[in-house]
Design a binder for this molecule. Sequence first.
Ligand SMILES: Nc1ncnc2c1ncn2[C@@H]1O[C@H](COP(=O)(O)OP(=O)(O)O)[C@@H](O)[C@H]1O
Ligand SMILES: CC(=O)N[C@@H](CCC(=O)OP(=O)(O)O)C(=O)O
Length: 292
Amino acid sequence: MNRDWIATARTLSEALPYLQRYSGAVVVVKFGGNAMGDDDAMAEFARDIVLMRQVGMNPVVVHGGGPMINEMLGKLGIESQFVRGKRVTDKATVEVVEMILSGLVNKRIVQAINDQGGRAVGISGKDDDLMVCEADDPELGFVGRPVEMNVQVIRDLYSAGIIPVIAPVATGMADNETFNVNGDTAAGAIAGALQADRLLLLTDVAGVKNAEGDVITQLTPEDVEALIADGTIAGGMIPKTETALKALRDGVRAVVIVDGRVQNACLLELFTEHGAGSLIRSTAPRVPPQAR
Ligand SMILES: Nc1ncnc2c1ncn2[C@@H]1O[C@H](COP(=O)(O)OP(=O)(O)O)[C@@H](O)[C@H]1O
Ligand SMILES: CC(=O)N[C@@H](CCC(=O)OP(=O)(O)O)C(=O)O
């Protein structure tokens, strides 16, 4: 008997408790622009999402697209700068952000999922007033902080067997306002409002690193706060970890910062006892489901 087949059958068998545990679970997956990679990496991500749906989970994809926005801003000669991991966004910038995120990036992911046999529908935070924002900080311009979430549209989509793919662009309280929302912030707000079982934040690093550069596989909210305070967590990792803390406070059971460059990162995280990044939750170590 071919050893590879035996190993495959064993892997499937070992996944059973995880499949049972996550049946019906709502899992919000934030797919960062840096994690997107080439068409093959995109197809592999899409395949994982379709598999999650196929085994009875309710995956909800929230995406970023920072590098793609940078590229277009560069072509247009618009300068852009970041403060604490968020893009300072003026009127011209927010138009480019909406065009790239709701258009190019959103539809690329939708197409990739549909190509794998899933049924993806792309929306932004504007659709059905999913995410209503206020200005986060006057210094940042049109950067939004979600203040009202209307997630029924997401429930309607996944209840109909559809995989929602959401661009982090939002409407404001006043007419005709558009806000640029950090992708991690949007994913956290959506996961919180859905009371999701898991929030996976896919990125291009192995996880949250300590001052020596080693990945920390499990952290409590207190650990995260200390690492932000002493500057070990910096740049784009700040909104990511702050999102994790807020999502936990809002009732999400656990948040994982996942290395999206690892093959089948989502499956590895959900269906095996080996994680692929840093797990953040209040207590309890990473243990197989039958022991929980
Ligand atoms: N302590 C840390 N551990 C890991 N990454 C960190 C840390 N502090 C800062 N970073 C930076 O945060 C980046 C991830 O954030 P970001 O680039 O916004 O990701 P994404 O585009 O996937 O959302 C990493 O590439 C890394 O440069
Ligand atoms: C306010 C803010 O910073 N918005 C982000 C939105 C995209 C994003 O978050 O993309 P990644 O996940 O790929 O970094 C931006 O303009 O880049």
